[in-house]
Design a protein around this ligand. Structure first.
Ligand SMILES: [Zn+2]
Ligand SMILES: [Zn+2]
Length: 107
């Protein structure tokens, strides 16, 4: 799918650590390597101000115990790693969402 392919201009602007990470023509983000994942995890955490975005009742989830939930399951066979599809969540909310235990780095 063309629109899911690398957009060279937006990818250059994004300043990724890994040369494999990219922004698609649709604006979704696909990351490779630990560094780019850690950077994005921090953005998702900061945007949420550490508040769980899955549970109906707002509650704080700290950096160490929080999970990065990918709200978009697949798009052209891959999950978007961008802020657009990223959700900060507690372990309990995340397990409920997937029906199994998933660590943020299990991609
Ligand atoms: Zn996205
Ligand atoms: Zn929660």
């Amino acid at each position: 799918m063309l629109e899911n392919r690398r957009d060279p201009e937006r990818t250059a602007l994004a300043d990724f650590h890994s040369p494999k990470s990219f922004v698609s023509f649709k604006g979704h983000v696909y990351l490779y390597g630990l560094q780019d994942h850690m950077n994005m995890r921090e953005k998702i955490y900061n945007r949420a101000k550490g508040m769980c975005q899955l549970c109906p009742k707002p509650h704080f989830v700290d950096w160490d115990s929080g999970h990065w939930h990918h709200a978009q399951k697949t798009f052209g066979g891959k999950r978007c790693d961008g802020l657009c599809c990223g959700v900060w969540a507690c372990a309990g909310g995340h397990i409920k969402e997937h029906g199994r235990t998933i660590h943020w780095s299990d991609r």
